[in-house]
Design a protein around this ligand. Sequence first.
Ligand SMILES: Nc1nc2c(ncn2[C@@H]2O[C@H](COP(=O)(O)OP(=O)(O)OP(=O)(O)O)[C@@H](O)[C@H]2O)c(=O)[nH]1
Ligand SMILES: [Mg+2]
Length: 260
Amino acid sequence: MVLAALIGPPNSGKSLMFCALTGQQSGDSPVPFSTDRVYVAPGVPALGEVTIMDTPSVARHSHRGEWLGLIGFEAARRASALVMAIKCFQTGAGPLEYPGCTGDPLEDLQIVEREMLIADLIAIEARRNEMKPSDPAREAATAIHDAISGGQPARDMGIPGSELEDLLGVSLITAKPVVYALNTDEVTAYEPDRLGSEEVLAQRLDFRGAPVVSFCARLHADAALLGEGPGREMLAELGVDKDAAREVAYAIRTALENAR
Ligand SMILES: Nc1nc2c(ncn2[C@@H]2O[C@H](COP(=O)(O)OP(=O)(O)OP(=O)(O)O)[C@@H](O)[C@H]2O)c(=O)[nH]1
Ligand SMILES: [Mg+2]
């Protein structure tokens, strides 16, 4: 089984994406930070060996335990891969202004990525404090700590995450392979050239070679709740020819293979 955690800022649509991908509801809501625990949906045929988790949102100061972000980080540590939810829809969202989040996809993504780096630094520091001065892993811990302090995610260090984990005895969130999942607007789904499309966003967001998928959580959640046949018909009537779950599962497998 490959466990993949949906991670992202509040109201990016993680819970509705979870429904779109699994056909199971964790409860989307216009209220930010509405998800307060982890939801797991094993055994979804379209996802194959991939199991998706919905998690509480990450925002500024999540690393300190604010906003239930530590529950999201805990899920991320357990996961083999992260699916980073990026809000690219304008409609149907709740209030966008809340402390520590901007509603801008780029800025919110940067906040989430920074929080993950800080969470990893804290985990390495705690681990290093437990090590004896003579422990050979101490030097490696310091080198990795310094690289992460400089803003480098552990996945970009050229060492597989499992090796880093064995070396340090801690699971690093920024070592996990990432898939970027753009939650696009219904309007963008019909007219992909409109602002907010993957190409336009790709110019602003730096995906560093990671797989990118885009789908409208609202449309695909509605389709998933109808069941496979009627759901596909509903999407076809709207001119949407996309199997979001299969695309996401494929992207996760690709991210894992690229990390080997
Ligand atoms: N129109 C539209 N609304 C969406 C879409 N995705 C999510 N929403 C709405 O945006 C709001 C936030 O979605 P959620 O799925 O609850 O977002 P979240 O990231 O899980 O947020 P929290 O867990 O509450 O922090 C809900 O009202 C959703 O129905 C979408 O693709 N289109
Ligand atoms: Mg949620």
